[in-house]
Structure formats: structure tokens, C-alpha cells
Design a protein around this ligand. Structure first.
Ligand SMILES: [Zn+2]
Length: 203
């Protein structure tokens, strides 16, 4: 914990003064271009991966980068999506999964989650993705990546069920992107709806 406290002191005393104009501007409002929905996993740093600054991306995180479909219980993710699309007017939504995702592993083996029933219920939002991956893949390791990719596509579909997103899509005013961050080599693969596959974003 001391690491965090020391970090806050360095941030206030060294980093903020170095970027005074930026932080002065951010003090009175935000206008991010992108809503970035990703996993709560500690290994993901959205700002670092995308090399963006504070104010650039509105980040919404939960276990498994899940978007509950419209009509289910109202919770933080759904409220954040509505706020970002209807009030902030983001132009893009990125759903970003990642390799070695514990939430997807849990969705693949829900029996292992009996002691944590709320997690079990939550990752059930990814169940359809796991089923699709089971049908597409036989090898265990490839199946995890396949389920991770199918989960991104599934949550992209769930996004479209939300009225605030649907209105913007109907107006051709917002784009939805699906990414998978590969921890280790730093690659990000992106979903191509035409081929229904993921390929490197930067090549
Ligand atoms: Zn994860």
C-alpha cells in the first residue's frame, strides 16, 4: 500500500506540474472520444496500451469485459455505457478482452465457482461465447483464446441492445470495435465482421 501512497505524492508533486496545461483543462470537464470497456484484470492498463492521456478514453471495467444485455438488472456497467453514449457523445466503443482471462476461464468451468456465486452469475453473461468456442475448437489452449474472442463479439452484440447505443448506431454516429489484448507481446488483435475473425490491429 505504501507504494501507492508514495506514487500519489510523486504524481502530485512531479507529474501534474509537468503537464499543467493538460490538468488545468481536465479540471473543468471531459470530452473523451472513446468508451473503452475492458476487464478489471490488474495486468491491463488501457492508457498504457493505447498510449493515450487522461481525458482521452472513458474506461468501464468489470470481470470479463461484460456488457449485460438491456433489460437485465441495472448496474454500473449499463449506467456507464448510457452516460458515455448519451451524454458524453463518444464516437467509438471498444470492447477489449485479453489473453489468460480468469473470467473466461470461470465461464468455461462454472462448477469451479460454486464458492463465489455472484461471480458465477456474472460470468454466465459469457456462457454463449463459451458454447460457441466449444463448437469451434478442440485444443484446450486454443479454446480459451477462441472463447475470449467470441466473448468480445457477444458483448459487442449486447451493446446494440441498449437504447442509447441503438439510437447512435441508427444515426450512423458511433462505431463499435472488438479487440483482444495479448499480454506478453503487447499485440492487440481486432475483430473483422466481414470475415468473423480477429487479426493484428497494427499490421
Ligand atoms: Zn479478464
Amino acid at each position: 500500500m505504501q507504494k501507492l501512497i508514495d506514487g500519489v505524492a510523486r504524481f502530485k508533486n512531479e507529474v501534474v506540474p509537468q503537464h499543467k496545461a493538460l490538468f488545468d483543462q481536465l479540471a473543468t470537464g471531459q470530452s473523451p472520444e472513446v468508451l473503452f470497456i475492458t476487464c478489471a484484470d490488474s495486468r491491463i492498463d488501457p492508457g498504457m496500451i493505447t498510449q493515450t492521456q487522461p481525458g482521452d478514453i472513458f474506461v468501464c471495467r468489470n470481470a470479463g469485459n461484460v456488457v449485460p444485455p438491456h433489460g437485465q438488472a441495472i448496474e454500473g456497467t449499463v449506467a456507464s455505457i448510457e452516460f458515455a453514449t448519451a451524454v458524453l457523445g463518444v464516437k467509438h466503443i471498444v470492447v477489449c478482452g485479453h489473453t489468460d482471462c480468469g473470467a473466461i476461464k470461470g465461464a468455461m468451468a462454472p462448477g469451479n465457482l460454486d464458492a463465489i456465486p455472484r461471480v458465477q452469475d456474472w460470468v454466465d453473461h459469457a456462457r454463449a461465447a463459451v458454447r460457441a468456442a466449444e463448437a469451434q475448437s478442440e485444443d484446450g489452449k486454443a479454446e480459451l483464446l477462441c472463447a475470449t474472442e467470441r466473448n468480445v463479439v457477444l458483448q459487442m452484440e449486447h451493446l446494440k441492445s441498449h437504447p442509447a447505443v441503438a439510437a447512435r448506431l441508427a444515426a450512423n454516429d458511433i462505431d463499435i470495435h472488438g479487440w483482444v489484448y495479448h499480454i506478453g507481446d503487447g499485440d492487440v488483435t481486432a475483430y473483422n465482421a466481414d470475415t468473423d475473425t480477429f487479426s493484428s490491429l497494427t499490421q
